[in-house]
Design a protein around this ligand. Structure first.
Ligand SMILES: *Cc1c(COP(=O)(O)O)cnc(C)c1O
Length: 231
């Protein structure tokens, strides 16, 4: 085992402990919170180390990178897609991806529906919300959510399981609070479809859980800083 594998082990243990504590603080059990390992730029050796530690969900950002690495991952691990997604790439995901987190427009949902129908499956998705209202980020505005939920609800091969967000970097918790409120409000009107709140990354996973998240997406805190130069 090299130093980096050892570091993944230590990081995994620390993050799991903090997730369990945050779950407890918010009246839930550790097993109610999904701990996703975000694999972008990470060599499969370290991804497999995380799986050996107990990680049971992977998150992929780029279709091509995932295709080049997937055969090197331990068999049987579920993979979610969390990156910006072009409609013409959807066909590569359907049938292999558990949950697509980044659906932010009807045209994309329609393409997922079309490809899922071809495979004879129903694809689970999340709707991505741009909770900080940032121009540079994908995701729909909170005000657009009810209309998109209604429209997507009419697609027979797509099943909305909840919401995802990437809040702006922020020293306080105002965006986490805003997202928690939006999720709870949406869940009151639509309890069957609002099961997952995908929120929280390396810098804020514990706080995100305290604000209702039940799926945290952790990259650099688990694997170390990303090295994009090798891409
Ligand atoms: C990269 C990425 C993450 C993980 O980011 P870290 O800060 O390294 O934990 C989570 N979610 C999405 C959508 C990402 O692109």
């Amino acid at each position: 085992m090299d130093n980096k594998q050892q570091a993944v082990r230590e990081n995994y243990a620390r993050i799991s402990y903090e997730i369990a504590q945050a779950a407890d603080k918010s009246g839930r059990k550790p097993e109610d919170i999904a701990f996703m390992a975000v694999t972008k730029t990470v060599d499969p050796v370290y991804v497999n180390e995380a799986i050996d530690c107990g990680i049971s969900l992977l998150g992929e950002n780029r279709v091509q990178e995932w295709q080049s690495k997937r055969d090197a991952y331990r068999a049987g691990i579920p993979v979610d897609f969390i990156g910006a997604l072009q409609s013409n790439k959807v066909k590569y995901l359907i049938g292999s991806i558990r949950l697509i987190h980044s659906v932010d427009r009807m045209s994309l949902a329609q393409e997922i529906d079309r490809q899922a129908a071809k495979h004879g499956i129903i694809q689970d998705i999340l709707l991505e919300v741009n909770i900080g209202g940032e121009d540079t980020k994908s995701g729909i505005a909170p005000a657009e959510l009810p209309a998109l939920l209604t429209q997507v609800g009419e697609l027979p091969n797509v099943n909305v399981k909840g919401l995802m967000t990437i809040p702006p970097p922020c020293s306080d918790t105002r965006f986490l609070e805003a997202m928690e409120e939006l999720f709870l409000r949406t869940k009151e009107a639509d309890p069957a479809r609002m099961q997952i709140l995908s929120m929280g990354m390396s810098d804020d996973y514990a706080q995100a859980i305290e604000h209702g998240s039940n799926l945290v997406r952790v990259g650099s805190a688990l694997f170390g800083a990303r090295d994009y130069s090798k891409q």
